[in-house]
Design a protein around this ligand. Structure first.
Ligand code: SF4
Ligand code: SF4
Length: 105
């Protein structure tokens, strides 16, 4: 199994999650982060760290967000060079607070 980042992260990138990941398996593009399925050790530490509930165990991804499972896995397996390994917290995107409010957090 692995953990999956869903669309709530898009335009947020709060990056609190990377601080608690023991294996540094978060990778990001300009809009969001993804979890590398082969590197994640399923510890669950990142789930409560995310302020917009963007991280789920693969088996518990909500039906409405199911497309994100393949997106995380495919981009990490096929296009890792296009991503940056994010291991330290950085500023959230300028759109983050607005997106967070829109999501109801
Ligand atoms: S803490 Fe949540 S919103 Fe922030 S980068 Fe991690 S998954 Fe995305
Ligand atoms: S479940 Fe654990 S290993 Fe996997 S991304 Fe989250 S913190 Fe990292």
């Amino acid at each position: 199994m692995t953990y999956i980042v869903i669309g709530n992260c898009q335009d947020c990138r709060f990056t609190d999650c990377v601080e608690v990941c023991p294996v540094d398996c978060f990778y990001g593009d300009a809009r969001m982060l993804y979890i590398h399925p082969d590197e994640c050790i399923d510890c669950g530490a990142c789930v409560p760290a995310c302020p917009v509930e963007a991280i789920f165990p693969e088996a518990d991804v909500p039906e409405s967000e199911s497309k994100w499972t393949a997106i995380n896995i495919d981009i990490c397996n096929d296009n890792l060079d296009s991503l940056e390994n994010i291991t330290e917290k950085s500023d959230a995107l300028p759109t983050a607070e607005e997106k967070k409010k829109r999501l109801g957090f």
